[in-house]
Write a protein that binds this ligand. Structure first.
Ligand SMILES: O=C(O)CCC(=O)C(=O)O
Ligand SMILES: [Fe+2]
Length: 170
């Protein structure tokens, strides 16, 4: 059995890597959740447009209390969620939702994720209009490529990488 995650072709703002998820989930580290197709994470880019499997569930998003809420399959819909670049650019106003995909059924699960990442070379930084004395800059400017290196580091397993580009003001 297997689950497939097809990902759209790259442009400077729109880029990704194909994933092929097998059933049962296979992990290199025993400490990881054995029921997860995709471990808890935030997406690294600005936003993700997801066409999930219309029949097989498994996607769960974390609410403000830290509890996971299932996103049930809904035919004919797309799901959009914001990622780390959106949170940094908005100076914390947009939420980079934590989510995971749990293995609920021994069957094929197909999802299509399209990632809008961020500028290829320019820095991601909150514009001056979003900053004032009540809202000091929360994140040091970074390029998406540099941030991606931090994001994929094995040190950050659960969507915590963005915390490491905080400025000293926060
Ligand atoms: O397949 C899904 O429902 C979500 C996949 C996902 O979270 C991702 O690729 O970042
Ligand atoms: Fe994701």
């Amino acid at each position: 059995m297997e689950a497939l995650c097809f990902i759209a072709s790259p442009t400077p703002l729109f880029r990704s890597t194909p994933q092929h998820l097998t059933f049962p989930p296979q992990h290199s580290k025993k400490s990881l959740d054995p029921l997860a197709y995709v471990q808890i994470h935030t997406d690294s880019g600005f936003l993700t447009i997801l066409q999930d499997d219309e029949n097989v569930g498994g996607l769960e998003v974390m609410d403000k209390s830290g509890a996971f809420v299932a996103v049930h399959p809904c035919a004919g819909t797309l799901l959009v969620n914001l990622g780390d670049v959106a949170k940094a650019w908005s100076n914390g106003r947009f939420c980079n939702v934590k989510h995971r995909v749990q293995c609920k059924e021994a069957t094929i699960r197909v999802s299509i994720a399209s990632f809008v990442l961020g500028p290829k070379e320019a820095a991601v930084e909150a514009p001056p209009q979003l900053l004032d004395s009540q809202h000091p800059r929360l994140y040091a400017p970074f390029t998406y490529d540099d941030y991606r290196k931090l994001y994929i580091s094995p040190k950050f397993k659960a969507g915590e990488a963005l915390q490491h580009v905080c400025t000293h003001y926060s």
